[in-house]
Design a protein around this ligand. Structure first.
Ligand code: ADP
Ligand code: MG
Length: 664
């Protein structure tokens, strides 16, 4: 739909709204009533499937429980669902009027008490923010309904003979890449946000248009909407990359002495899409843009959290959006955040991320998402989303070669459900070892209780046995290596006791170089290298595959296998270690696991990660969902590419060798 047509439609929609269908009257302002301290109320709205074909072919990945809570499948564990609770939940059959009357209309009366209010629509592009805020000709949204009611209320309250004269003005602005742009006067450029001595936030130079009727509002609003900065992303052609902020001010002047004045502000905000940049095809400018958008949304999340937890510091000043809302979000203001979510599985990760952003409470429930027949489908969205999240090459790498084979139809005419049940386990080979261990112990437990197995693990017995055997073998191998290391250490200690001269060459904090460990003659090198404990164990098991010693020759490096029988003179200053790719991959995997599963405290246990960075990482993860690769750290605001590299260098070996351990 082109801009003109859509504007025309909206005009018609607003006219329909003005004509009165579904209108509700607002209660009159109670004189002198003091509202209880306000926090940010949070509602979630699930839109229906917009594509009939998709609705027929896939079940929703979100399900309402009651008028305040909903549940989604837990992609980390298919045996659990995530239950979220909010101030209100509007299911896919809820109407525009339900949302408006339930969450927005009740706060409007506070404007006439001289208090501020804000309504924010949050969620990924395509989840229904604009539908909720603006709506369509047939289904007008929050903005036209609120404007209509507010104008009606001010007309009544400000009528001749009443104590107060009322006037309403509107401003319309957008925040794009942390710039404040006046949509009623696009030529005015980036505007500054100021705070007056009474703590009121104002924008000098922002256009304010007086409105007395809904027609006045339309006359200013519709052309200004066309000035919005919108860009086409892969997710949605009409996706907005900016925060659109409609400000409606209600000013009151007392007609008789003492001629008091008061002002109430209402912000109606259609936020930019909260989707993960990696899924929208945003690159270059778009990516930079998304970064700025996500900064505001990230800070908004922190502000809402701080307000609702009663924290002493609310970080309003950290983004333009929150700075603007400083006097209208929290404090004595009445605020509602409507998180919009979509039922399609391709939205799964964005849905979880939006829910985490908005959740007042989250509970993990130990039960499959849906009943037996739906569960098979419920698992599918997660698989798809993960593929979408990773690039095609990464997705293939993560899947491993086996999966391609396994995706082919079952040659034995197994029932469709059985082959579908098999797929999650087929992924176990590429799964995090800690997760694998957990699943297998669950399976063992269920087996010991005589259960036929959970849906997830009800795979052919043979395959389970093979996997369990592999894990057991690994355990045994680790035990064996530990014993061997103890023996070697005892030998070295004995040697040291015999030859005190050699002891002088050692620094007590440094471990022996590898050749000494694996060889039978333990003579020290001049310069020892600090090695992770586990690394030494690994090396003892496979000396030539995991670690090599490199000799520096100018700029070139020549790898030579580590060999205990090497003449000692070769080991001298300038030797370096080269670690096998497998070991590095293991380290990376552990780091990734820690990034995705670790608490801020766990993350602080890593090298180069302090309190602030740990919180940034956890915050990023809450906002965007799991990291798909360790390099994604760079995307975290406040962590540069260089810092990410040095973080990797500092941690990869230690983690690969299992010296440090997070939540695993
Ligand atoms: P966003 O602003 O979050 O990008 P939109 O409001 O543009 O999303 O919604 C995307 C599509 O979904 C639009 O075609 C819209 O009409 C439709 N839609 C959104 N919410 C609903 C709803 N509650 N009922 C019916 N259709 C909806
Ligand atoms: Mg929109």
């Amino acid at each position: 739909m082109d801009a003109g047509a859509s504007a025309q439609q909206r005009r018609r929609g607003m006219a329909a709204a003005t004509s009165g269908a579904g209108r509700c009257r607002l209660s009159k302002v109670g004189a002198g009533r003091r509202p209880p301290p306000a926090r940010v109320r949070v509602a979630v709205r699930l839109r229906p499937f917009v594509d009939g074909a998709a609705a027929a072919s896939e079940p929703p990945c979100v399900r309402g429980i009651d008028s305040c809570s909903l549940e989604v499948a837990n992609w980390r564990n298919y045996q659990e669902t995530l239950k979220y609770q909010f101030d209100a939940f509007y299911g896919d059959r809820s109407s525009q009027q339900d949302v408006y009357a339930g969450s927005v209309q009740p706060i409007l009366r506070h404007l006439l008490e001289g208090q501020n209010a804000s309504v924010l629509a949050y969620g990924p592009t395509g989840a229904g923010k604009t539908h909720t805020m603006l709506g369509s000709p047939e289904q007008p949204g929050v903005i036209p309904r609120a404007l209509m009611d507010l104008l009606q209320l001010t007309r009544e309250e400000g009528a001749e003979g009443r104590p107060w004269a009322l006037s309403v003005t509107m401003s319309y602005l957008e925040i794009y890449q942390e710039k404040v742009l006046d949509l009623l006067d696009p030529a005015s450029g980036d505007l500054v946000i100021r705070e007056d001595c009474r703590g009121n936030i104002l924008i000098p130079g922002l256009t304010q248009k007086p409105i007395t009727s809904f027609a006045d509002f339309e006359q200013h609003f519709l052309p200004a909407s066309r000035n919005r900065t919108v860009g086409a992303t892969r997710l949605n052609q009409r996706s907005s990359r900016s925060h659109a902020v409609l400000l409606v001010k209600v000013e009151q002047r007392e007609r008789l002495a003492p001629f008091r004045q008061r002002e109430g502000k209402l912000y109606l905000i259609d936020l930019a899409g909260s989707e993960d940049n990696r899924r929208t095809g945003n690159q270059g400018l778009r990516l930079k843009e998304s970064g700025a958008i996500n900064t505001s949304l990230f800070v908004l999340g922190k502000v809402v959290d701080a307000l609702n937890q009663g924290l002493p510091r609310v970080p309003y000043r950290d983004s333009k959006l929150t700075r603007l809302l400083q006097d209208s979000l929290g404090g004595s203001a009445h605020s509602i955040l409507i998180a919009n979510i979509a039922p399609e599985r391709r939205f799964y990760l964005d849905t979880v991320s939006a829910l985490n952003f908005a959740a007042r409470s989250k509970e993990i429930i130990n039960r499959p998402f849906t009943n037996e027949s739906l569960q098979l489908h419920a698992l599918a969205p997660v698989k798809l989303s993960q593929k979408e999240l990773l690039g095609p090459s990464e997705a293939k790498r993560a899947r491993g070669p086996e999966e391609d084979e396994l995706e082919s139809p079952e040659p034995t005419a197994a029932p469709a459900s059985a082959s579908q049940k098999l797929s999650p386990l087929q992924k176990l080979s590429s799964m995090d070892p800690a997760m694998l261990e957990r699943l297998l112990s669950l399976d063992r437990l269920l087996g010991s209780q005589g259960s036929q197995g959970t849906p997830l693990l009800s795979t052919p017995r043979r395959e389970r046995m093979v996997l369990m055997k592999t894990v057991e073998e690994k355990d045994l191998e680790i035990k064996r290596l530990k014993m061997k290391q103890k023996e070697l250490e005892a030998k070295v200690q004995a040697q040291e006791a015999v030859d005190p001269k050699e002891k002088e060459n050692y620094s007590p904090t440094l471990l022996r170089p590898l050749p000494r460990r694996t060889g039978t003659v333990a003579k020290p090198l001049k310069k020892a290298v600090v090695m992770p404990l586990q690394l030494i164990q690994e090396q003892a098991a496979s000396p030539s595959t995991e670690i090599h010693i490199l000799k520096k020759r100018g700029r070139k490096r020549k790898p030579e296998p580590l060999d205990a029988s090497e003449p000692e003179e070769k080991a001298e200053d300038g030797w370096e270690l080269q670690i096998s790719p497998e070991l590095l991959a293991r380290g990376r995997q552990k780091i990734l696991h820690l990034l995705n599963e670790g608490s801020a405290r766990d993350l602080r246990g890593l090298q180069r990660i302090g309190q602030k960075k740990a919180q940034l990482i956890v915050g990023w993860r809450e906002l965007h969902g799991p990291f798909s690769q360790v390099e994604d750290l760079e995307r975290v605001e406040g962590i540069s590419g260089k810092q990410m590299e040095s973080f990797l260098k500092a941690n990869i070996l230690g983690l690969a060798a299992g010296q440090r351990c997070g939540p695993c």
